[in-house]
Design a protein around this ligand. Structure first.
Ligand code: SAH
Ligand code: SF4
Length: 352
């Protein structure tokens, strides 16, 4: 795998794992047993793998650790939402958040929300990750480790790549990790959602590769000038081009695209915005997720407020009257969250 990966089991392909095991005097089937324990049960050390000879377990622990990261903090909310803060040493040590939403909070399915980068270079002013900037990309193994640690908290039926970072700016590493999640953890393409600000050229490059996930595009406004401010790294990229790339995505992959719209009170939540959004998305089967803004701590002099329920409902029904189905994602489990402005229950995609 990537040259930057530390030598851990998570950094290896199934074949490479067998080879590494053979170098340590083990048999290929031992490697398969170990990988099954890791991906199907969330095992993070060899000690409890009783199907492996004891002596081999000790040698593996020395020579081929499973993962490189460590858990530095864990918050559990009253509703069971668990936020993990993970530290990855790598080229530069970084802390990254992963959130596990138990079935009771996210509908029928246990959902894991993972990060694709440490921080984010896109710079959206309403988002905690945007305010931090990018620390570094995550390696495939580091993305995968979030899944394994999430699995250790309980069975997973869905996953959303909606944590820190912009997935399309670290796409190759993400795609490699998601292939393992699909093949060895058994999460189907419909159970994985990747959320992006929607770089059209990248979407057009990725669609023909038949990616095995659902796509969500963060739109946030129907007005070009306002989008340039809300999603700074996309300045000048026409909204119409993003929507056109999403249409092509649907055509090529056969999977419908969802649009996300963070509702910033007093900014993008007027009736006019809803009307123009409906016009932008007219005549396509597009569903919209409305995410009432979660105030970000460090944005002290924030020009926005969290919209109230009545305002959100007005926005939703204005869209509905124009044929656009929108679902509101109120955050719960907020008490699990100390610093991050986004890793929250609202990210749980519908339990379809
Ligand atoms: N970078 C990707 C994925 C991570 S963010 C993206 O932007 O799509 C996932 C979603 O949460 C995005 O729609 C994002 O705009 C939204 N979001 C981020 N911070 C938020 C906040 N404080 N309140 C509400 N939504 C937020
Ligand atoms: Fe990055 Fe997404 Fe946050 Fe924007 S909303 S700064 S793209 S993580």
């Amino acid at each position: 795998m990537g040259t930057g990966d530390a030598l851990t089991l998570l950094a290896l392909t199934p074949r490479e794992t067998e080879q590494a095991f053979e170098r340590l005097g083990a048999r290929p089937f031992h490697a398969r047993i170990a990988r099954a324990q890791v991906f199907e049960h969330g095992a993070l050390d060899y000690a409890a793998m009783s199907a492996l000879p004891k002596e081999l377990r000790a040698r593996l622990a020395e020579e081929l650790p499973i993962a490189s990261g460590s858990e530095v903090d864990r918050r559990v909310a009253a509703d069971g939402t668990t936020k993990l803060l993970l530290r990855f040493p790598g080229a530069k040590a970084v802390d990254v958040e992963t959130v596990h939403l138990p079935p009771s909070t996210s509908g029928k399915a246990a959902t894991l929300c993972v990060s694709s980068q440490a921080g984010c270079p896109v710079g959206c002013p309403f988002c905690a990750s945007g305010l931090l900037g990018l620390a570094r990309n995550l390696e495939s193994a580091e993305i995968l480790e979030q899944y394994v640690r999430g699995r250790a908290l309980g069975a997973l039926s869905r996953s959303v790549v909606m944590g820190m970072g912009e997935p399309l700016l670290n796409y190759e590493r993400l795609a490699r990790a998601l292939d393992v999640v699909h093949d060895e953890m058994g999460l189907g393409a419909r159970a994985i959602t990747v959320s992006t600000v929607g770089f059209p050229d990248r979407l057009r490059r990725i669609a023909p590769t038949k990616p095995r996930f659902q796509l969500a595009i963060s739109l946030h406004t129907p007005d070009q000038e306002q989008r340039d401010l809300l999603v700074p790294a996309m300045r000048g990229v026409p909204l119409a081009e993003i929507v056109a790339a999403a249409d092509d995505w649907f055509e090529q992959t056969g999977r419908e695209v969802t649009y996300e719209y963070a509702l910033l009170g007093g900014c993008n939540d007027s009736a006019g915005h809803a009307e123009r959004l409906a016009r932008l998305l007219a005549r396509r089967r597009a569903s919209v997720n409305l995410i009432p803004w979660n105030p970000v701590e460090s944005a002290e002099s924030s020009p926005w407020k969290r919209p109230d329920e009545a305002g959100v409902e007005r926005f939703r029904s204005t869209l509905a009257a124009r044929g656009i189905v929108a679902t509101v994602r109120w955050s719960k489990g907020v008490e699990a969250d100390a610093a991050c402005g986004q890793l929250r229950l609202r990210h749980a995609a519908p339990a379809s």
